[in-house]
Unconditional design. Structure first.
Length: 118
């Protein structure tokens, strides 16, 4: 059974930093393109960042570019999202997603809450 488990979300003051983790079981993340999405109250889920299986190519939403950084440690089967210079608009549930490149099947974690106080 595939599981993606996010952790690291908490209440933080504006301007602060967090590191979110996404650990996988039942799935080898080195076979997957990985991504982070977020959903704020009353809003649709939106793309935040992604990192490719091959060469670790990264991409970011304009709203987080220069503040967030996605990385992966295939040996630990874990993906990270470093959040810096946090703003109240970053308050959301953050979800990890994995797309297995062998069959394009996508998996989602249960999310971790990030709350930024101003």
């Amino acid at each position: 059974q595939v599981q993606l488990v996010e952790s690291g979300g908490r209440l933080v003051q504006a301007g602060g930093s967090l590191r979110l983790s996404c650990a996988a079981s039942g799935l080898t993340l080195s076979t997957c393109d990985m991504g982070w999405f977020r959903q704020a109250p009353g809003k649709d889920r939106e793309f935040v960042a992604a990192i490719s299986r091959s060469f670790g190519v990264t991409s970011y939403a304009d709203s987080v570019k220069g503040r967030f950084a996605v990385s992966r440690d295939n040996a630990k089967n874990t993906v990270y999202l470093q959040l810096n210079s946090l703003k109240s608009d970053d308050t959301a549930i953050y979800y990890c997603t994995a797309k297995r490149t062998t069959d394009d099947r996508r998996y989602w974690g249960q999310g971790t809450q990030v709350t930024v106080s101003s």
